[in-house]
Design a protein around this ligand. Sequence first.
Ligand SMILES: CC(C)(COP(=O)(O)OP(=O)(O)OC[C@H]1O[C@@H](n2cnc3c(N)ncnc32)[C@H](O)[C@@H]1OP(=O)(O)O)[C@@H](O)C(=O)NCCC(=O)NCCS
Length: 154
Amino acid sequence: MFHLREPRASELTALSDLCMRSKAVWGYDDAFMQACRAELTLTQEDMSASRLQVGEADDVIVGVAQVSAAGDVAYLEKLFVEPDRLRSGAGRALFAWAVRTAKDMGADRLAIEADPGAAAFYRRMGARDDGVAPSASIPGRSLPRLVLDLTNAV
Ligand SMILES: CC(C)(COP(=O)(O)OP(=O)(O)OC[C@H]1O[C@@H](n2cnc3c(N)ncnc32)[C@H](O)[C@@H]1OP(=O)(O)O)[C@@H](O)C(=O)NCCC(=O)NCCS
């Protein structure tokens, strides 16, 4: 049985490790992954400054999502699924939660700075391309930026 819930503070380290395992599915080398570690680490502050959700299947956490908002714009800060659970619907369920949460926070659009490997997933979820954004972890790297119009999203 799959369900969504808020994470506990005691789970933050395990969730950060999940983000690292998930990011690594795109075949990045160790140096790249270490450069991403800070950005992929979930902290106590994230629990108060943003909204977090985990997907759990049979009592095992299979994915995590994080949303923050500033005015009209919400940001999908993280969406990571366990490598052995890809294409099982966890990403769609967590993305749907992110959409609901962004609307609850009063945003009218959800902005995503995507890993290049995940951009097609976001397009499948209805987001449209919106240029590129500089990577926060890797100097000189650009990431696809996408946006979902929440005024039309169901
Ligand atoms: C992107 C990610 C979250 C998608 O999660 P997922 O659980 O595998 O996706 P789902 O099983 O819910 O797929 C939903 C739909 O998107 C499609 N899809 C999933 N990943 C896709 C991809 N990489 N490219 C194209 N389509 C994709 C599925 O086929 C499915 O299509 P359907 O509507 O025909 O059924 C997951 O691949 C992931 O965690 N990747 C590694 C980490 C990462 O890059 N995260 C994003 C950071 S910006």
